[in-house]
Design a protein around this ligand. Structure first.
Ligand SMILES: Nc1ncnc2c1ncn2[C@@H]1O[C@H](COP(=O)(O)OP(=O)(O)OP(=O)(O)O)[C@@H](O)[C@H]1O
Length: 521
């Protein structure tokens, strides 16, 4: 745990130091859970978005992309259920005046009990060494079984109370467990209340004529309301998908864990419209497809897992999360939901307009079923960034900090470094930058000794350093250094473009998706 916390702190400070993420409006002391993407961060974010867009839209003839407005007619959110049901249970501490999510307080309490199990396992492992059988230990050790039973009972009761909207019981649970304000230790709690997560705003100039609006809490509804427009103008045949990336806003009660949970964030969503009855097949197929997209980035199979939902939202008949091992443990990165015909039917009901598809093969009209894939761009950013940041011990006893961002996503693909600032080397280096900048992001760096420049580019995540030295004057070759292996090779200047493109081109990486085996997940 201590190591995880350490690593997470390093992630946050490195993101700032190397121009990836700044706290929003920092000169005014920032704004809680709102962040700005800096010069390198904006590039990384754009590359992740593009990698997703290519995989979803460009690679699928039957998926098209749109860009709907953030403001939508307010009835949209009545139809979708967000006005009535997009709530989190909150509780205030009367002494500290701090506000918490009541369910999170209980979940954290249960997690602490489960952490005791990990401690028992670690102790036993130490004691028994190689003969230790973890599964048997978990199944037979009395203390461990007690802990697990206690945690399960708490979580089950919480789940039941939330499902029945029995907020008084959630409060009773907090009191029975003696849960205190994590910051002050006070147990003086208010009742638990529902809190709607949507941000309200007004459209219009005068107070009387202004219309109450919401900032969209998800991008999906912009797709549902355009379903028929896209189907007709694009002459789309079912099954087909509509994809979109864009901002969403949620007034999260407790926004923490850096960019993992923000109040303003970006989603990348795709709604796939299918024949009723065929949703299971497409749900399974999108689960596999999306996991392959993740694995194609080479960030380690062991860092992903599916978490199938047992408790389903009222609109879903199947749902799973793709979880990623963040610095604070496995957490949701992407959701895949089989949403039935709930959304389109509700929009039909509230708008009075038909949102049906005439299926020429079946010769009938129906409201299509929907399978959606929904991933947070910021969470994907955090997954990539935290997984890439490594403190590496080197053979010569020194160490280096390196950001091993998959080359396809790296902000700058190469840095060109003249060994010295004389003898015509800077001019050659500048010429190389001018030639390469047509194809990818490349930067020029001539400050400090070349070893320090290598370290700087390692820490910034640049996959290639190209060094121009005196030999270049003689034979037109340069040294190319690879960030991950630190290997150096001598290559002709004319070859540079081809090598960097081969290693960083989206085409090369996307092709890996087809070669992914899914047996191990
Ligand atoms: N506050 C947030 N900040 C950043 N990303 C978010 C936030 N809320 C949701 N997302 C991203 O959008 C995706 C789809 O949204 P969805 O409504 O399914 O999330 P969710 O289940 O409410 O997430 P969580 O349970 O973590 O609150 C999530 O998988 C996540 O990657």
């Amino acid at each position: 745990m201590a190591n995880q916390d350490e690593h997470f702190k390093k992630v946050i400070s490195h993101a700032k130091e190397y121009g990836y993420i700044f706290p929003s409006s920092e000169i005014y002391d920032g704004l809680s859970a709102v962040y700005d993407y800096a010069q390198n961060g904006a590039e990384l974010k754009k590359n992740i978005r593009e990698y997703w867009w290519k995989a979803m839209v460009q690679m699928h003839e039957n998926i098209v992309g749109i860009d709907a407005a953030i403001f939508m007619h307010p009835t949209t959110w009545k139809a979708s259920g967000h006005v009535d049901a997009f709530n989190d249970p909150l509780i205030d501490n009367k002494d500290s005046k701090k506000r918490y999510r009541a369910d999170v307080l209980v979940e954290d309490y249960a997690a602490k009990i489960e952490a005791k199990i990990d401690k028992e396992v670690a102790k036993a492992e130490k004691r028994f060494g190689e003969t230790f059988d973890k599964e048997q230990f978990l199944a037979t050790n009395g203390r461990v079984k007690d802990y697990q039973e206690k945690a399960d009972t708490i979580l089950k009761r919480l789940g039941r109370s939330l499902e029945k909207e029995d907020l008084a019981d959630v409060k009773a649970l907090i009191e029975e467990l003696g849960i205190a304000d994590p910051e002050t230790g006070s147990k003086n709690w208010t009742d638990v209340k529902q809190f709607n997560l949507m941000f309200g705003t007004k459209l219009g100039a005068s107070a009387d004529s202004a219309m109450d609006l919401y900032l969209r809490p998800e991008t999906a509804q912009g797709i549902f309301v355009n379903f028929l427009n896209v189907q007709k103008t694009g002459r789309m045949k079912i099954p087909f998908g509509i994809a979109q990336t864009g901002k969403a806003f949620r007034n999260e009660i407790v926004a923490r864990q850096f960019i993992f949970r923000q109040r303003e964030f970006e989603q990348m969503e795709m709604q796939f419209f299918v024949r009723p009855g065929e949703q299971k097949k497409w749900y399974d197929s999108w689960k596999e497809n999306r996991m392959k997209w993740h694995l194609s980035l080479g960030m380690g199979e062991e860092n992903y897992r599916f978490h199938d939902h047992e408790k389903l939202a009222h609109y879903a008949d199947a749902a799973t999360d793709i979880e990623f091992k963040f610095p604070f443990g496995f957490k949701e990165l992407e959701g895949i939901h089989s949403r039935t015909d709930f959304d389109l039917s509700k929009h039909e009901e509230f708008s009075g307009k038909k949102l049906q598809y005439f299926d020429p093969e079946l010769n009938e009209s129906y409201v299509p079923y929907v399978v959606e894939t929904s991933i947070g761009l910021d969470r994907m950013f955090l997954a990539v960034f935290s997984n890439s940041l490594q403190d590496e011990e080197l053979e010569n006893g020194t160490s280096r900090i390196v950001l091993k961002i998959p080359a396809v996503l790296a902000p700058y693909k190469a840095a060109v470094l003249p060994l010295v600032k004389k003898d015509g080397l800077p001019e050659i280096a500048r010429k190389i930058v001018d030639d390469l900048k047509w194809d990818f992001m490349v930067k020029y760096d001539d400050k400090d000794a070349v070893g320090r420049r290598y370290r700087r580019q390692d820490a910034a995540g640049t996959p290639f350093c190209i060094t121009v030295d005196h030999q270049t004057l003689e034979d037109h070759t340069v040294t190319m250094r690879h960030r991950d292996t630190m290997e150096q090779q001598r290559v002709a200047i004319e070859e540079l473009r081809g090598i960097v493109l081969k290693e960083t081109d989206m085409r090369t990486w996307l092709m890996r998706m087809d070669q992914m085996a899914m047996n191990s997940i």
